[in-house]
Design a binder for this molecule. Structure first.
Ligand code: FAD
Ligand code: MLT
Ligand code: ZN
Length: 480
């Protein structure tokens, strides 16, 4: 039996290598290593082959050969995912990284649409849109390395969801290689198309379990002529929500980003990120990074923002604020925010949560969850930050101070993951929330999903999975 399986694997791999040519694959352990470890180094993956296809046709051939030999196939983008969705788990896996499929196929200014291959890095798509005086609004800390195929497959969120929605809402069409190797050409560029089930939505957020996305048509938007960015020191998360409600009204509903940051995050960033400086004179317990973007050319947006913040200060909602006076200052404010994840690494082991609750219940979630985890692990450092305007909090915990270099302390903290998750996710569920707002399920939350998703919902998901992938070869062991 083992010999037959080994022969079948060797034959399939040889066929795939022949299709791809020498530039299109590697089986060298050193070259494979970066594709096998995940961003958070929580898992060490295993695979038989890393494929780097250059066309949809090549992806289809890989999948067809893999399907015939019943080999596991794991699609991968920039490998920045937070839940281990792109980690190959068995030694016979064929990993398909899309990075060589990085062409912008077309940009239609009048239809406000861009057609891209799945391996395009997100920042390259933003730049291509900007070159055509358009905006592609998806924006997140990993945008310099994540790929649009990964963004589509995780239905990524990021900092502009408040105004433009999640990735799902930015898609007009998709091209997908199905688990049997057929290519579904759903690359329509229509704003309206009610011809039955909207199939693209099944692949968006599916984390590679239903097929390999090879291309997409994305929506473009008018580029805002004026952008104003403020860092605001506030008392607590409740003040942040009051501030958001005012800002939306005062700005004529042009708030594009509204990020909540506790002081602990800035302490980490100032400690570990070279060049980071505190933009406000005094320390504050909480901060908001807020951005307005609008169409006016004459500076009126800034005046409105100043007036709005002035009135908020008089109402006792904010303690101090600075509005960026240049692109350089604006970028520096965003660097502080975007460096939080990086700055958490040298502080030792972390246990992370990516929850959503109704926006109005964010303060209650943060205070209840913080008190509960502090009771459970004395000294734990809570970093509850993120996209508060979407009700999405990254409730990230760092091990107690001083133990980052102590392996025993790291292990002891990590060993609490299961208990801590149960505490945080129970509170989330009690508040009507979700255990995954924007990062997905992957390997990380697979075991927990059945506790928080309805039995009927899970049954429908399994039925879809069987219909698309009866042999269970497409990213097995993820999500379900
Ligand atoms: P990968 O990690 O390679 O893969 C993610 C999943 O998608 C896997 O299940 C994989 O199998 C699947 N997949 C990848 N490509 C394809 C494809 N072509 N077809 C089918 N399936 C595919 N996420 C947010 O949502 N919001 C944030 O604000 C945010 N900020 C981040 C900040 C930092 C510093 C970092 C490191 C990460 C952040 N993330 C954020 C998480 C991550 O960047 C996103 O989940 C991103 O969408 C993953 O893209 P990727 O190309 O790296 O995908
Ligand atoms: C972010 O918004 O910075 C990431 O999604 C957060 C994380 O590290 O959990
Ligand atoms: Zn986020």
């Amino acid at each position: 039996m083992a010999t037959i399986a080994a022969t079948r694997l060797a034959e399939a791999l040889a066929r795939i290598k022949a299709v791809l040519g020498p530039k299109g694959w590697t089986a060298e352990p050193a070259e494979m290593a970066p594709y096998l470890a995940d961003e958070r180094r929580l898992w060490q993956g295993r695979a038989a082959l890393v494929c780097l296809p250059a066309s949809t046709k090549e992806v289809a051939a890989i999948v067809q050969i893999g399907a015939e030999a019943r080999l596991p196939i794991v699609p991968q983008g920039g490998n920045t995912g937070m839940c281990g969705g792109a980690v190959p788990q068995s030694p016979d896996t064929v990993l398909v990284n899309l990075r060589r499929m990085n062409r912008i196929r077309a940009l239609d200014r009048l239809n406000d649409a861009i057609t891209v291959e799945a391996g395009c890095v997100l920042a390259d798509i933003q730049n291509a849109a900007e070159d055509a005086d358009r905006l592609f609004p998806l924006s997140l800390g990993a945008e310099g390395s994540c790929q649009i195929g990964g963004n589509l497959s995780t239905n990524a969120g990021g900092v502009n969801v408040l105004r433009y929605g999640m990735t799902r809402e930015l898609v007009l069409g998709l091209e997908v290689v199905l688990p049997d190797g057929r290519v579904w050409d759903g690359l329509g560029a229509l704003r309206k198309d009610n011809t039955g089930y909207d199939l693209k939505h099944l692949f968006l957020g599916a984390e590679g379990t239903l097929g390999v996305i090879t291309a997409a048509v994305l929506k473009l938007f008018a580029r805002p002529r004026t952008v104003e960015t403020a860092l605001i020191g506030i008392r607590d998360p409740a003040a942040a929500l009051e501030l958001l409600a005012r800002a939306r009204a005062d700005s004529g509903d042009t708030v594009v980003a509204f990020e909540l940051v506790p002081r602990a995050c800035f302490d980490f960033v100032l400690r570990h990120i070279p060049g980071a400086v505190d933009p406000l004179a005094a320390r504050h317990d909480w901060y908001v990074l807020m951005e307005w973007a609008g169409g006016d050319l004459g500076g009126a947006l800034r005046e409105r923002m100043e007036a709005s913040l002035g009135e908020a200060a008089e109402a006792g909602l904010l303690r101090d604020a600075t509005i960026a006076a240049s692109d350089e200052q604006r970028n520096a404010l965003w660097r502080l925010r975007d460096s939080i994840t990086e700055s958490q690494k040298p502080e030792g082991a972390s246990i992370k949560h990516d929850v959503a609750v109704p926006v109005s219940r964010v303060p209650e979630f943060i205070s209840r969850a913080t008190a509960a985890v502090e009771r459970e692990v004395p000294g734990v450092r809570v970093l509850a930050f993120g996209h508060v305007g979407d009700g999405n909090i990254h409730f990230n915990l760092s091990q107690p101070a001083g133990g980052a270099q102590d392996q025993a302390a790291r292990t002891a903290f990590t060993a609490r993951t299961h208990d801590i998750n149960a505490i945080v996710h129970t509170i989330t569920a009690e508040l009507g929330g979700s255990i995954s707002a924007e990062h997905g399920i992957g390997l990380l939350k697979r075991a927990e999903l059945p506790h928080y998703k309805s039995a009927i919902g899970l049954d429908l998901m399994r039925t879809l999975k069987r219909a698309f992938d009866p042999h269970g070869i497409m990213n097995p062991g993820k999500v379900l």
